[in-house]
Design a protein around this ligand. Structure first.
Ligand SMILES: Nc1ncnc2c1ncn2[C@@H]1O[C@H](COP(=O)(O)OP(=O)(O)O)[C@@H](O)[C@H]1O
Ligand SMILES: [Mg+2]
Length: 371
């Protein structure tokens, strides 16, 4: 029996040590045993293996062309920023809810930690915290954001610390522990067009000036939000390259291929023994090209098969099984997508694998733009 209540390592990505442990442990591929080897496992071994499969599925990230482009921007900015005392570059990543922004950030942090570890394997022994991930607190003021950064660093500034106290405390620690990449996610939560957005833009610019790290700001529609309005915001825009997360399109053969490839990659990450022949076009119809939605359907189906304990060769994603899993709210049945961004369509990643190529039927040649 799979044990869903095993003691787990704590995993608050907003605490740098836990984040770095998580990123170091994160596997980007999963080795499947042969069916024979699986059969030979004791019941306890099999349960453990199945728990590992479920864990992998829950953390798997498919490398799309958007993620590759985003990583390149972050890496290029890091190189540009190296040794540069002012005018450092940052990266903005923007897109609708569930378009894969946080997943892309996790993929980029994983790649960055690999690079750091290759260049300086002793970072851990030295007590360095090369990457911070901060979720902007809701309605955060600059002080709230600095408190989140302090918490990520393991500092306890006390409830009364002023903005000034916090800046004085945080900046030198960030330099000491050699923070090189800071991801501020959910930036839209602090960017409502209110008085704070002026000071928030001010703070963001000030910390990016002060800290010799590369900053990534991630959020819904941030390029058009209040945060980046005004002179300071515009200065931030000018300093940042931008990655927009898009829905996949079905408007041409290369777009359809890119979708089929991404579906095949999600299927492969399902770690099943059976060979699944998934109808990518049908899934496009249901999910409207949302990677988040298709990952939900395919991953849920894979997890159900694993939990069901059926024979390994029968672990196959069938149309019936997929059909029984509902697409997350707001995506299926022509209901409006939960979008805050102008909808743009994804570029194919030529390096990905393929899936059943039924071609897309005319019923879903509709535009992927929101009505
Ligand atoms: N590249 C990807 N590979 C696999 N799954 C993904 C990918 N991008 C998004 N997902 C799935 O979609 C869900 C929503 O993605 P997330 O990164 O949280 O979106 P956002 O931060 O834009 O709201 C995730 O839980 C994940 O299951
Ligand atoms: Mg997110």
């Amino acid at each position: 029996m799979i044990n869903l209540f095993r003691d787990e390592e704590p995993m608050d990505l907003g605490k740098a040590r836990q984040l770095l442990d998580y990123l170091s442990r994160r596997s980007v591929s999963f080795e499947m045993p042969t069916v024979r080897a699986y059969r030979r496992m004791s019941e306890a071994e099999r349960d453990l293996f199945n728990e590992r499969r479920l864990q992998f599925i829950a953390n798997a990230i498919v490398s799309t062309s958007a993620i590759t482009d985003f990583w390149k921007m972050v890496w290029d900015a890091s190189i540009d920023n190296y040794g540069k005392p002012w005018g450092r570059q940052g990266v903005l990543i923007s897109g609708p809810s569930t378009s894969g922004k946080t997943s892309a950030c996790v993929a980029v942090m994983t790649s960055m930690l690999r690079r750091v570890s290759r260049g300086f394997p002793e970072w851990r022994e030295c007590g360095y915290l090369p990457i911070l991930y901060i979720r902007a607190p809701k309605y955060a003021t600059p002080r709230g954001l600095l408190l989140a950064i302090a918490a990520a660093l393991g500092l306890e500034p006390g409830g009364r610390a002023s903005l000034e106290d916090l800046s004085v405390m945080v900046a030198p620690v960030m330099a000491d522990v050699r923070v090189r990449l800071v991801i501020v996610d959910e930036v839209h939560r602090m960017s409502a067009d209110n008085v704070n957005s002026v000071t928030t833009a001010d703070l963001l610019k000030a910390i990016t000036d002060e800290i010799p790290a590369t900053f990534v700001f991630s959020g819904i529609g941030i390029e058009s939000s209040g945060l980046l309005a005004g002179a300071l915001g515009q200065q931030l825009v000018g300093r940042n390259s931008r990655q927009i997360m898009r829905l996949f399109s079905d408007s041409g053969p290369s777009e359809r291929q890119a979708w089929a490839d991404v579906v095949a990659s999600v299927v492969a990450n399902g770690c099943l023994f059976g060979e699944s022949d998934v109808d990518a076009a049908r899934l496009y119809n249901r999910t409207k090209g949302s990677l988040g939605a298709v990952a939900h359907v395919l991953n849920t189906a894979a997890k159900r098969l694993i939990m069901s304990g059926i024979r390994p060769e029968e672990e196959v994603l069938t149309d019936d099984l997929l059909e029984a899993i509902s697409v997350p709210l707001g995506v299926e049945d022509d209901s409006p997508l939960p979008l805050d961004d102008p909808m743009v369509t994804a570029q194919p990643n030529p390096k990905q694998r393929t899936t059943r190529g039924r071609g897309h039927d005319s019923a879903h040649s509709r535009s992927t733009r929101p009505s």
